[in-house]
Design a binder for this molecule. Structure first.
Ligand SMILES: *Cc1c(COP(=O)(O)O)cnc(C)c1O
Length: 379
């Protein structure tokens, strides 16, 4: 059997161990230390001016803190993109708040500004203005962020950008994660860079960053003893994993170039195949890191569906995955309100994510291509 080709697996650059070793040598084996601060600095430099970054234990933790800092409380309502991973929406419920899901549009697959506006009007007319909006840059593709920012501003609603999959993606040259009141990043094992597990909250002010770190370290008041006036969390990043992050930052741009090359590879493979579309940027304002490359299959034209292709590639030991199942179709959120039509649902039914790692070798790509050709009966 050929070695398994993964959808997206960790890709170390080589210098990560040096930083981890430094943590051991200086005995900073703790959820604070020079690597945590160094990694935050690296991210701040990378994201651009006027952002402050707090390194945390997970992207999910970052979303939770963003909601708290946005003032989301019990029985509040939060508007959230439906087409996403559950971690975008789960923290809304940690706050005892209610998610309301918003459909996607077809250009970026992300939150539809028209459905968003409709949802806000509806809630305001019912006397309940939503407290926050969570927009996602799915698979690295920037959302229609200028339209969504405008809507958030107009209604004075906090905007949280879930850029877990979009580190390095830009809209009109500005990095994803820096548009909203808060942005969140993830460094989980399969993301564009990984610290094995970890995340970050992108803030606009030093004050918000300090408050985030305060909440992430059990909300200790200033006192020699342990004193608490607020509920805190254990969400800070460890100095060990931050060392991996510092090494990964050195190869981030290279890895983005490789992921983008994967996307081009799939565009070439499927160029003349009727009924298969490779997901790519709608125009030059959008620059995706192409964290995962995905295709949409129109069964009426191809005669097969995405599940048939997925099962075929599985027998060849090539991992693929259906697109995210929309949150409003998840059993756990079945009673939640939803605004929009069937765009996200249709994408879920027709789409497939293909192997996209920055560590895919030339041989592995050939294997993928040959098997696709075989399946499509082109040889
Ligand atoms: C991975 C991911 C998260 C969660 O990040 P963790 O670091 O795994 O907690 C949130 N949102 C999206 C869209 C993600 O892909």
């Amino acid at each position: 059997m050929n070695k398994k080709i993964w959808l997206s697996s960790p890709h170390m650059g080589g210098t990560e161990k040096k930083y981890v070793q430094q943590a051991f040598d200086s005995n900073w084996v703790a959820p604070l230390g020079p690597n945590v601060e160094g990694f935050e600095k690296d991210l701040e430099n990378y994201l651009g001016e006027n952002v402050k970054v707090a390194a945390l234990s997970a992207g999910t933790a970052a979303i939770h803190l963003a909601l708290i800092l946005s003032g989301v409380k019990l029985h509040d309502e939060v508007l959230c993109q439906s087409f996403t991973f559950s971690a975008s929406a789960n923290p809304i419920t940690y706050q005892g708040a209610t998610p309301i899901f918003i459909d996607s549009e077809k250009n970026t697959w992300n939150m539809c500004p028209i459905a968003l506006e409709k949802a806000i009007q509806d809630r305001i007319s019912k006397g309940k203005k939503p407290k926050a909006i969570i927009v996602v840059h799915l698979y690295g593709m920037p959302a229609k962020i200028s339209e969504i920012s405008e809507i958030a501003k107009k209604h004075d609603i906090k905007l949280i950008e879930d850029a877990a999959e979009a580190l390095g993606s830009t809209y009109k040259g500005q990095k994803c994660g820096t548009f909203g009141d808060f942005g969140i990043l993830s460094f989980n094992g399969n993301k564009i860079i990984t610290t094995s597990g970890g995340g970050a909250l992108v803030c606009k002010t030093k004050k918000d960053k300090q408050k985030a770190i305060f909440l992430a370290t059990q909300a200790r008041d200033e006192a020699p003893h342990y004193q608490h006036s607020e509920i805190g969390y254990n969400y800070r990043m460890s100095n060990i994993v931050a060392g991996i992050g510092r090494g990964q930052m050195k190869v981030l741009d290279k890895h983005i170039a490789l992921r983008r090359a994967n996307n081009q590879f799939y565009q070439d493979v499927f160029k003349n195949i009727e009924g298969i579309t490779v997901f790519t940027e709608p125009n030059i304002d959008y620059y995706s890191n192409h964290w995962l490359s995905a295709i949409v299959i129109d069964e009426n034209l191809t005669g097969f569906n995405s599940e048939a292709l997925r099962l075929y590639l599985t027998t060849k030991n090539i991992e693929t995955r259906p697109l995210w199942k929309p949150m409003h179709k998840q059993p756990v959120f079945k009673t939640s309100d939803f605004f929009g039509s069937n765009v996200a649902e249709q994408l879920f039914l027709q789409g497939l994510c293909l192997p996209s790692g920055s560590n895919l070798s030339k041989n592995q790509k050939e294997r993928i291509q040959n098997n696709l050709i075989k399946f499509l009966k082109l040889d």
